[in-house]
Design a protein around this ligand. Structure first.
Ligand SMILES: CC(C)(COP(=O)(O)OP(=O)(O)OC[C@H]1O[C@@H](n2cnc3c(N)ncnc32)[C@H](O)[C@@H]1OP(=O)(O)O)[C@@H](O)C(=O)NCCC(=O)NCCS
Length: 351
């Protein structure tokens, strides 16, 4: 009899993509109709994986995929800065092979790949933070979520003088991508936008008035992306609430945004939360931002940094450094009005 063989960690080949999609579907959407499959929901991710399936890291046992960790490459605009970000997604091990360290091996392997390929940071969204915390990811960044319902929708501006169009085809795609890329967040290509916006249950509305424009994307009762003129966006939300006869709308915005200031001024209830779990991969592109704050950072070893600002000096571990740069909690010793930076990823770009 042939001996059982473990392969990997390694990149998935194009020929193995089909098997991988079925593997992920069975773990994340067990029992769901094949038509609501992982491939459709993550078509933008799969589309980039088709070009570079090396970003889908796998371990095989007896020629079958038993564990996977994916890296999705995105660029995030933060004012003048643009960071290369690796979104970790689809972390999964076959139930019969759990607890053997496979996902840990793959996450370490993904981190090494991101270091080799000059990613700046990594981000992920999870319900099991302790698992990732052990490997250096930490809650960071900030977002503010507002809640509208019949008791407070009236505070939003009127939409009567706006021309509002539901976006049904690709004719407005260029306008939407250009509005989207003006604000902080994930930089979109037209192709990525097309795939993101054409997923199930997603509707996009565009508002126009003279030269001003704004758009908002809704899924269920949640605004998952928006950009453009703030007042027009708020009026669009009121329009969607009324025309779709919704009972509530959830609206997530960057914590430092104009929309957040307006809505806080109106007294609309909100929650503050982290953007996700983040891990610094490479400090080079962040050093200039830190230098503006007269902060100098030297890497001491894989997980520790010597941080200096004027006469202050302290060793921070990688999670504390993540907080220093991305917040929201502050390291009180080091003060600077440019920190934390305005890193933001809208719900539409989360995996
Ligand atoms: C989470 C998962 C990927 C771990 O895979 P694995 O190959 O068994 O992971 P490892 O063997 O490297 O590590 C196991 C560790 O994960 C921890 N872990 C597993 N599931 C967990 C959970 N739901 N909550 C918290 N920790 C969990 C175990 O406690 C164990 O910790 P230990 O090493 O301190 O004992 C696997 O359980 C899985 O596929 N779950 C279903 C899909 C999922 O939830 N994926 C994560 C999406 S963010």
């Amino acid at each position: 009899m042939q001996e059982a063989k473990t392969e990997g960690p390694r990149g998935c080949t194009k020929e193995e993509l089909g098997e991988l999609l079925v593997f992920l579907h069975n773990i994340f959407k067990p029992g769901l109709d094949e038509s609501i499959n992982v491939g459709l929901e993550y078509s933008h991710v799969i589309s980039s994986a088709m070009n570079d399936s090396e970003n889908l890291r796998i371990i095989k046992y007896n020629r079958e995929i038993v564990s996977h960790v994916g890296i999705h490459e995105i660029y995030v605009k933060i004012d003048e800065l643009k960071l290369k970000v690796g979104v970790i997604f689809g972390v999964a091990t076959h139930p019969n092979f759990r607890g053997k360290g496979f996902a840990t091996i793959l996450l370490k392997d993904a981190t090494e790949k991101m270091i080799r390929e000059n990613y700046d940071v990594s981000i992920l969204w999870t319900g099991i933070p302790e698992f990732y915390r052990k490997l250096g990811w930490e809650n960071a960044g900030s977002k503010t979520t507002f809640h509208f319902n019949n008791s407070n929708i009236e505070v939003l501006p009127d939409y009567k003088d706006l021309e509002i169009r539901k976006v049904e085809d690709e004719s407005e795609l260029k306008t939407i991508v250009s509005l989207h890329n003006e604000t902080n967040g994930v930089v979109w290509s037209e192709n990525a936008a097309k795939l993101l916006l054409s997923r199930q249950a997603i509707e996009t509305y565009l508002a126009l008035r003279n030269e001003s424009k704004g758009y908002a994307v809704i899924r269920g009762s949640r605004i998952i992306d928006f950009s453009g003129d703030s007042n027009m966006i708020l009026a669009l939300i009121k329009y969607m609430f009324v025309s779709k006869k919704l009972e509530r709308i959830e609206f997530q915005v960057p914590s430092n945004s104009k929309e957040a200031s307006i809505l806080k001024y109106f007294g609309v209830p909100f929650e503050e939360d982290y953007i996700g779990m983040m891990k610094i991969i490479n400090l080079n592109n962040l050093k200039e931002t830190l230098a503006k704050c007269r902060i100098n950072v030297e890497r001491m070893n894989a997980a520790h940094y010597l941080v200096k600002q004027c006469t202050e000096e302290r060793i921070l571990d990688e999670k504390q450094l993540t907080k220093l740069i991305f917040g929201p909690e502050v390291i009180t010793q080091f003060k600077c009005s440019s920190l934390p930076i305005n890193f933001y990823v809208a719900p539409i770009d989360q995996i």
